[in-house]
Design a binder for this molecule. Sequence first.
Ligand SMILES: C[S@@+](CC[C@H](N)C(=O)[O-])C[C@H]1O[C@@H](n2cnc3c(N)ncnc32)[C@H](O)[C@@H]1O
Length: 262
Amino acid sequence: MAHGFIFSHKMYLKLSNEFMINNLILESTTLWDFPRQNYGDIPHGDNKYNGVTPAFVIWNLLQRYTKEGDLVVDPMCGSGTTIDVAKELNRKVIGYDLNVVRPDVIKNDSRKIPLKDNSVDFIFIDSPYSDNISYSDEPQCIGKISCEKVEFYNELEKVASEIARILKQEKAMGWVIADQWIKKKFTPVGFLLWQRLEKYFEPVDIICLTRHNQTSNTQVWHNRARQFNFYLRGFKYLFIMRKPTIIKSENELKQPFAKKID
Ligand SMILES: C[S@@+](CC[C@H](N)C(=O)[O-])C[C@H]1O[C@@H](n2cnc3c(N)ncnc32)[C@H](O)[C@@H]1O
């Protein structure tokens, strides 16, 4: 349901016809707050999987940017939340991951995706944000590289360039990422990734996803944050971007969009 919005019964009925699908409603602002990982009675992904994506996020994106029969790809699908939501909405779906936890996930390193150029209608990816979570023992896991190293962004850029290659022109992708504050050091992971992504994609919008269920969400940590003058992470970014019709030249690829504004 939409949050903090009181509407009349008449408006509600109009909304239910136009924007409510199976008791779920499309988000209308850039602040999305889902208290639970799942919706409905059937599981979407596995809420025990480290770093699992809230299923509502993918549901909202597929409603807006895809139609029935479209091909959706998740290059780092983990417990398969994208697979479950896409299938339920009658989209075709391919989910890859290095860490295969169910039979319909294809083992693949997302720095090379085995799909043809311009063949995919929508891509969702919730990548590692740093080396803060252990996903598997796979040595190729990008989640083994600290976001404080440039290598982390170099490797994510390889994934971004593959996404740009397989996506059809004018089609969208959604990428979830978060900043890091650890050992008294803040790293603006979102901004640093965005600089890489804008070489390949045009911005559509940036959504803030409220963070829930973090290990630091305890009174002890809230008090530490006040006492020692730092902030606990309250949100993740969801970058929504589109593959442009005109592909940027080699020279433009070296010059991020932000530089052109100067
Ligand atoms: C935040 S989790 C994704 C969670 C998933 N969206 C879900 O709902 O379960 C990030 C995933 O990236 C995968 N990963 C990390 N490096 C990878 C790589 N090079 N190629 C493919 N998958 C990778 C990890 O195994 C992990 O499952």
